[in-house]
Design a protein around this ligand. Structure first.
Ligand code: SF4
Length: 383
């Protein structure tokens, strides 16, 4: 039996159209409203340690990262850039603070883009002409990355603190200097740790320019807090069509940032959904341990590369309904699980066989749809 996964003929609905922007390319990745929103992260290794950095970039690539940024605080790091830029499978952006000479080094090294923080590069404005010329010669876009924690002193003197207006004005001022030299391959970010300030700053930018915008809540915190801050802030902006690349900043391994970023985009239909677990929160009616069951199914199907909605429901109240709506599902009760495939009960299995059966059926669906599983055979962790 060939299972239709119910993929809609039309693209899934989104909350709003993208804001129209200029377009640019970070390596092979198109950035701007004509291109999908891309997910970025940043390595945590010493950039001078080429092997460790490339290893982490490979992990990020496998997790679905589109663009990676590497810090470049020293001459050793700058020396490592050519090898990293050459061997990385995804475009590498060099992240430059303080030292303008590393901007030129990164451009020469073949980095796909350079992020500069004009607030802490000495006499940055005096060097815009040379930077613009070098970037133009090499076809290297520049990200003007303004951060609340390192805002230009003149702007701080004017506003007293990093207000949305201050962040936007700082970025637009720097962009105008590049524009004076006829350089427009610019992407802008204005990061703040407060989502309210950050959202307003991006709204102001979106009103006043057509450059692509890179979204980020900076220093968002540990994984739990940072995930929520980033999700609500990005959601508020993406709802308005604002945002062309995103980075979720977490005090956690960068692969986690990528997973969260992808999930945010998938949740808003801005990236094709893959595995989606629809599981109930459980309640006093539950006749099965829903938390454990959902975790086991999620772990067992990790790496599933086809779009698949799997319902894991604790009882017969909403269970059959949700399980029917999903591609694959289970409604549990009385020590058994009714297994649904596209709305049809295909079998009833004892509780201990639910996870294993769901995984078997998912693999069968994957094979029948001709797609592959991303990370090899799913693993049954328990059940
Ligand atoms: S599906 Fe059943 S167990 Fe789960 S929350 Fe709803 S009523 Fe409770």
């Amino acid at each position: 039996m060939t299972v239709a996964l119910g993929m809609p003929a039309l693209p899934p609905p989104v909350l709003s159209e993208r804001r129209q922007t200029r377009q640019l390319h970070v390596g092979a990745v198109g950035v701007g409203s004509d291109f999908p929103i891309s997910v970025q992260s940043m390595t945590t290794t010493l950039t001078s340690d080429v092997n460790a950095t490339l290893q982490q970039i490979a992990e990020l690539t496998a997790a679905g990262c589109d663009i990676v940024r590497v810090a470049c605080p020293s001459a050793d790091d700058a020396e490592a850039l050519p090898a990293i830029a050459k061997k990385s499978q995804i475009p590498v952006i060099a992240d430059i603070h303080f030292q303008p000479k590393y901007v030129f080094a990164a451009i020469e090294a073949g980095c796909a883009a350079v992020r500069v923080n004009p607030g802490n590069i000495r006499k940055f404005d005096d060097q815009v002409k040379e930077i613009a010329q070098a970037a133009k010669d090499h076809g290297t876009p520049i990200r003007i990355g303004v951060n609340a924690g390192s805002l230009d002193k003149r702007i701080m003197d004017k506003y007293g603190k990093a207000t949305p207006e201050a962040l936007a004005e700082s970025a637009l001022w720097e962009a105008s200097l590049f524009a004076e030299h006829d350089f427009h391959d610019i992407k802008i970010s204005v990061k703040h740790n407060d989502p309210v300030v950050m959202v307003r700053a991006y709204e102001l930018l979106a009103e006043q320019c057509d450059y692509p915008l890179h979204l980020g809540v900076t220093e968002a915190g540990p994984a739990f807090q940072g995930t929520i801050k980033s999700a609500v802030a990005f959601g508020a902006l993406l709802r308005q069509g604002i945002g062309d690349t995103i980075r979720v900043s977490l005090s956690a391994p960068p692969v986690e940032e990528v997973k969260v970023g992808i999930q945010i985009l998938q949740s808003l239909n801005l990236k094709q959904r893959k595995l989606e677990i629809v599981s109930c929160p459980s309640c006093g009616r539950a006749q099965v341990d829903v938390y454990t069951l959902a975790e086991q199914v999620t772990a067992g199907l990790e790496g599933m590369e086809i779009p698949l909605r799997v319902a894991v429901m604790g009882c017969v109240v909403n269970g059959p309904g949700e399980a029917r709506e999903a591609d694959l599902g289970v409604a549990s009760g009385n020590g058994k699980g009714q297994i649904f495939v596209k709305g049809e009960v295909i079998k009833t299995v004892p509780e201990h066989a639910i996870v294993e059966t769901l995984i078997e059926e998912a693999m069968r669906i994957a094979e029948e749809t001709g797609d592959s599983l991303g990370q090899g055979e799913p693993v049954v962790t328990a059940g």
